[in-house]
Design a protein around this ligand. Sequence first.
Ligand code: NA7
Length: 543
Amino acid sequence: MKHVDILIVGAGIAGLRTLYSLRKDGFDVRVVEASDELGGVWNHNRYPGARCDVESYDYSYSFSPELEQEWTWTERYPRQPEILSYLNHVADRFDLRRDITFNARVASADYDEVGAKWVVAFEDGAAMTCRRLILCLGQLSAPKTPEYPGQELFRGETIVSALWPRRDVDFRGKRVGIIGTGSSGMQMTPVIAETAERVTVFQRTANYSVPAANAPLTADEIRDVKAHYAERREMTRNSPTGLGFQPGKVKTLDVDPDERERVFEAAYNRYGFGFALAYPDILLDPEANAVASDFLRRKIGERVSDPEVRAKLLPVTHGFGTRRPTVDSGYFEAFNRDNVDLADIREAPITEFTETGIRTTEKDYPLDLIIYATGFDALTGALLKPRITGRDGQTLKEKWAQGPITQLGLGTAGFPNLIIVGGPGSPTVLSNVMVSTELQVDWLTELLKTLRDEEIAEIEVTPEAEQAWNAHVAERVSETLYMTADSFYNGGEVKGKPRVFMPYSGGVRHYRRLLEKCAADGYAGFALRKAPLAKTAEVQDAR
Ligand code: NA7
């Protein structure tokens, strides 16, 4: 069977960066990727209007000053094709492709306790072994699609936004139904509305959104970014979210209303997602949150002309930021067009699909195309798809039945030589993933060098460390308002999923310090063994 020292699963942002770093340090490393193309979410989410809501230059790798200078972003918030081109450029520029096997979907990974290696099987029947297994499977990469009675009857076309086909989808003359109003639904609506005959947005929960204030980057802006990349990187690594700005210092309610209005207005007009940082307590204090939410509701209201539609679009079920807000480009204004309708399916739920469209308790919507923009089984969905079996035959699914448990988000006890990048227990979706991913990859590269130098056969999270880390993750989130809403952060959006807050809300900067401390303390919370535990046990048994 083919063997590689380190196997990385996934050729998205994290997988590519891990491959680059480990190969540079002389490791025998290979990436396997289920798709025939690299790019992860940016390969799959090709829907019209797909765009990153982190500024382009901050959503880029920091490992190569040459790359920073060579690559020129064209817009403040980059579109999906531009990000995918960037990732392809990185792969070509650093000759990464030669170490990536495409069309290789992992079906299972079993830990061989005696050999201290993983046996990885692929869906096509192939198999290989590796000493260390690194999962770079993404956070929002297991799409979910709701089940409605009669779905199979619908005679039109259906598309899942996160599995968008690689062809031009022609909306002309079509009546399009979009289910879901998260980032995907909000981004695609105004773009599809430009050519479709009619667009009906099926909204279950009205959501907050801040306008992107997107624009092409000017020559001056590009020059400025390129001249100050190093400082900018330092700032993002030292920020709570990995974004290029710091939170305000004064509390929301400690300023007079006029001043607050000015600050909110400035943040709203410029900072997109960073509106949440206008004051430091917006996601901590219910009263501060209520004030920010009121401001945003007012702003949404100003963007919609029809009073009835406006009322339905105002988010009332949760406070701003407690679920993932969106950064949009013309979403609310799209409802001012004659060809865009809002179906409030909280008020009048979908009862069934018919041959010709969607039926709600209120009316029939005739449709030619239905788009599911219904989100993901976030954070754990992709990790639990392959059957991963650790010590004593326990699967990761069994281990995480009550919710994920990790040490620093990087590994879990009973699964030696397994490292997770961007997983639950790390800042991940609460941060600029580019920044938090690179922090983790730099850390794990040093870890793997230590393991190589010290001839460590097996590294494994200790049960005490993961208990302590999960307690810390829970404690930090209890200081926030995140658990006041069901969201993809806490599993509340997937039926039967444990309601546990999964990302680490302590911030990128604090997380970075904890990673450094863990390494400085000799990788505290991880057991490093020169011989596999199973062998040691056998020797002990024999004595
Ligand atoms: P999100 O943000 O999880 O949004 C999913 C949307 O789909 C949301 O509006 C959901 O409504 C809706 N949804 C989910 N299931 C259903 C059913 N069964 N019926 C109707 N509507 C449903 O995913 P996105 O793809 O938009 O964005 C994901 C991330 O991509 C985003 O956060 C950025 O990081 C980029 P709900 O609110 O649950 O009522």
